[in-house]
Structures are given as C-alpha cells and as structure tokens.
Write a protein that binds this ligand. Structure first.
Ligand SMILES: [Zn+2]
Length: 299
C-alpha cells in the first residue's frame, strides 16, 4: 500500500455505518513555522496550535472559496489570536498578548472575550461571520457550540498541540437519512463519541492519521477520502499593503514617510515579508485614490 502523508495533511473520512462524517488534521512543519514567529508563553503556544489545526479542520466540512479564519479577542491579557486556512490549504496565524498571561489559559474566564469564525473571499468582498460566546475553558468546546449554533448538528472536536505537532479531530453527525429512526442514529452517534473519548491528547499527538482512525473506528467501516496537503503560507501582497496604506489617508502616509526619512516599510506580521514604499510610490498610491472611479474610492 502506498504511504500517505503523515504531516501537514487533512484527512476527511466517513463512518458509513454510524452516519458520521469526520476530519483529521495533523500539522508538523506548518505549525512549527507559525509557532517560531514569536516567543509565545506555553499556554498561548498550545492554544495557537489548536486554533491553527482547527482552522484547517473546519475547511474539511464546508465547500470553501477563499479563507476560513478563527479569531479570538478579549480585553484581557490575551488580546488577539488569529488562525486561518485557505482553500489552497495555506495556513497562517498569530497571537498578541500582554504579560502576565494566566496559566492555564481558561477562555471562559477572559474578560469581554468573543470568538469569530469568518468564511469568505476577501478579494471579492464576500464573507460570512459567525460569533460564538466562549462558555468553555478550551477552544474545542466553543467550536462544538459553533456547530450546534450554525448547523443544528452535534459535533465532537478534539484538539492538541505541542512543540512539534498540532492535531485536530472532528466528528459530525450527518442529517438523518430516510428510513432510519432517530433513536438508532443517536445510538450510533453516542457509540462513536464514546470511542473517541478513549483517546488522550498524547495519543492524538503521537499516532499517524491513518493508524489513529483505524485504531479508533475499525469496527465502523471507515471510508477515507483523498488527503489534502496543507502548508504554511501567507496571502499578503504588495497590492493589499497598497490598499491598506491608501485607506489610512494622506495625513498618516505623510507622517509615516517623514518618520522614516521618506520611506515607508511595512512588515507582514504573519510571514515577515517586507514591503517598501518611497515618496514616489506613496504619491502614486495616494493620487490613484483621488482619481474618480479608482478601486477603493468611497462612493
Ligand atoms: Zn505575509
């Protein structure tokens, strides 16, 4: 049998007898790339890994055109956490915080905390956003709430991350099919949830995807779909930075030019790509915004 990839991969699967669909994400290099961009405190490091795995996991359950992001905000020490996966399997993420950050990090104890899940296409201005109150200490619990809220279907989500890997497993009860009674569906769902509950975070992190699914669900006739490759990647571009600068307006761009000797440097926080603009570039982008009908001109 051909060896399937064991890192930076999304596996979608079906437990046919139980009427349950699922996804399993295992990140290695992509996670280490994101984690290595800042000196995250341990609790935040783990949470960011979980969120990154979850962003890829959630793309397994929808038809995505653009990106899916998970964003956490609070007025507490954890100010922002952002994880994103694109339809091309490109992942990026970051977090901002103030010291001291409490360990362990209980999401339901954060002041004014909210989680937003945004699905959409930035370039086409299309997006759907779901907001979730954080009523669980962990991220997985809040994501389960999101599924009940948005799809009226129960979901079970397991997430774990360490220095090497970030892993997520998701199960979703499929809508009942004709001829099946609800009690049998519930029994099957409960059985699968029970099997899944036997898995600890250490096993989730240690075992390769196919082995893991076989070990858990070998009696449930697992059907595996073609795995989807994932990788670290950023969607920043000179065009996007240009329109960001344009949206700041002339006064701010002028102030930025003066502050750095007639040059603006914008560094992408996700991938550290540097974008430079001199006075001529700045004049050009500002004059474009003044032209009638130019993209981005307010109506
Ligand atoms: Zn970037």
């Amino acid at each position: 049998m051909e060896n399937l990839p064991v890192e930076d991969v999304l596996h979608r699967f079906l437990l046919e007898r139980a009427g349950v669909r699922g996804a399993l994400v295992r990140l290695g290099p992509a996670w280490r790339e994101v984690a290595g961009r800042a000196d995250y405190p341990p609790a935040l490091h783990a949470l960011l890994g979980e969120a990154l795995a979850a962003s890829a996991l959630l793309t397994g359950s929808i038809k995505l055109d653009g990106t899916l992001s998970i964003e956490l905000k609070s007025s507490d020490a954890l100010r922002l956490l952002f994880a994103e996966c694109s339809d091309q399997g490109r992942l990026r993420g970051l977090a901002r915080w103030n010291e001291p950050l409490s360990e362990p990090l209980a999401l339901d104890a954060l002041a004014d905390a909210i989680m937003a899940i945004t699905i959409g296409n930035v370039d086409r201005g299309q997006r759907y956003q779901g907001l979730v109150d954080l009523q669980h200490a962990d991220l997985a619990g809040s994501l389960e709430d999101y599924f009940v809220q948005s799809e009226q279907l129960p979901a079970r989500i397991l997430l774990a991350a360490d220095g090497e890997h970030a892993v997520g497993l998701m199960l979703q009860k499929m809508p009942g099919e004709g001829g099946r009674d609800a009690v049998r569906d519930d029994d099957a769902w409960n059985r699968v949830v029970h099997l899944t509950a036997t898995l600890g975070a250490q096993e989730l992190l240690a075992i390769a995807p196919e082995q893991l699914l076989y070990r858990l669900y070998h009696e449930e006739s697992v059907r595996l779909f073609e795995p989807r490759p994932l990788a670290f990647g950023c969607s920043c571009s000179r065009e996007r930075v240009t329109s960001m600068l344009r949206s700041l307006g002339r006064d701010e761009v002028e102030a930025a030019l003066v502050a750095r000797g007639d040059e603006i440097e914008v560094v992408c926080e996700f991938c550290a790509q540097r974008y430079h603009f001199d006075r001529i570039d700045a004049e050009h982008l500002l004059s474009e915004s003044a032209a009638p009908g130019a993209p981005g001109t307010p109506q």
